[in-house]
Design a protein around this ligand. Structure first.
Ligand code: HEC
Ligand code: HEC
Length: 210
């Protein structure tokens, strides 16, 4: 099964010629204050918690979600869709059976992107999670694909599956801000030392201990 998935991923025609965003240099380390970094994080969280992102970032659940204003209510993906351990539905029905290389023109038709449609990695569990939880995950190399913040930024720049969130088709609400702004926020948050909202309490405690 693993080999089959590997071949499927490698042979996908849309992987060739995918659009990439050029990543600017990060601000100098130390040039962004913790407070400013937390403001950048707040904007990052507005994106990461948006339905266009969390509907695929469901953690260890095998069910993609249908949530956000374009759906009547928050529910599991219809039609008994199950991603399986493969995350691409290889065990039952491939996501790409319906999710093709581009958005369907129909209002509730299946959206698509020039990549293999699939669920996000289990570790990147964002659905229903608060700001601090997602922040801690994203800065933890053990749970972010072993990436520095610069590598997160360049991943965002070339991962076309998530570019879809800003061009979702149908009557779907796009993710807030823009991809370029999101990448700039990641770089500034990183230059500030990747602060998370929960850190502030610790810093205050340290000060009051003196
Ligand atoms: C169609 C499903 C899908 C949507 C929608 C989606 N992602 Fe993902 N995401 C994935 C997949 C699949 C991966 C793993 C890709 C890889 O490793 O190349 C991933 C990986 C990531 C990563 C890598 C870091 C990590 O912790 O592993 C980040 C960051 C990310 N996505 C951000 C976003 C953001 C921000 C949005 C919304 C703007 C979004 N994604 C929307 C499927 C999705
Ligand atoms: C039988 C066809 C079919 C299959 C198979 C299928 N989907 Fe879907 N999917 C749809 C349709 C149609 C929609 C749009 C529903 C709407 O807009 O009302 C959709 C919507 C979605 C959305 C919501 C996008 C948004 O608006 O935020 C996600 C996420 C998603 N699918 C993920 C998956 C994943 C992951 C798989 C494979 C495990 C998969 N789908 C398999 C037909 C399918």
């Amino acid at each position: 099964m693993k080999r089959l998935i590997h071949i499927l991923l490698l042979s996908w025609p849309g992987l060739i010629g995918a659009a990439e965003l050029a990543i600017p240099d990060a601000p100098e380390p130390g040039s962004v204050s913790t407070a400013a970094g937390l403001n950048h994080w707040a904007r990052i969280y507005e994106v990461a918690s948006h339905p266009r992102c969390v509907n695929c970032h469901v953690g260890d659940s095998p069910y993609p979600m249908w949530s956000g204003p374009s759906f009547e209510k928050t529910q599991r993906h219809g039609m008994n869709v199950h991603a399986g351990a493969s995350r691409i539905g290889a065990e039952s029905l491939l996501c790409s059976t319906c999710h093709r290389q581009q958005n369907s023109d129909e209002p509730h038709g299946a959206p698509g992107a020039k990549d293999v449609w699939r669920l996000a990695p289990v570790e990147a569990a964002w659905f229903g999670k608060g700001s601090d939880v997602i922040c801690q995950q994203l800065r933890d190399p053990a749970r972010n694909g072993n990436r520095t913040f610069q590598q997160i930024a360049s991943h965002l720049g070339h991962d076309v599956i998530l570019h879809w969130a800003w061009n979702p088709g149908g009557k779907r609400q796009p993710a807030p801000h823009s991809l370029a702004d999101h990448v700039a926020d990641i770089l500034a948050w990183g230059a500030a030392g990747m602060p998370c909202p929960g850190d502030v309490t610790t810093a205050t405690e340290e000060v009051s201990d003196d």
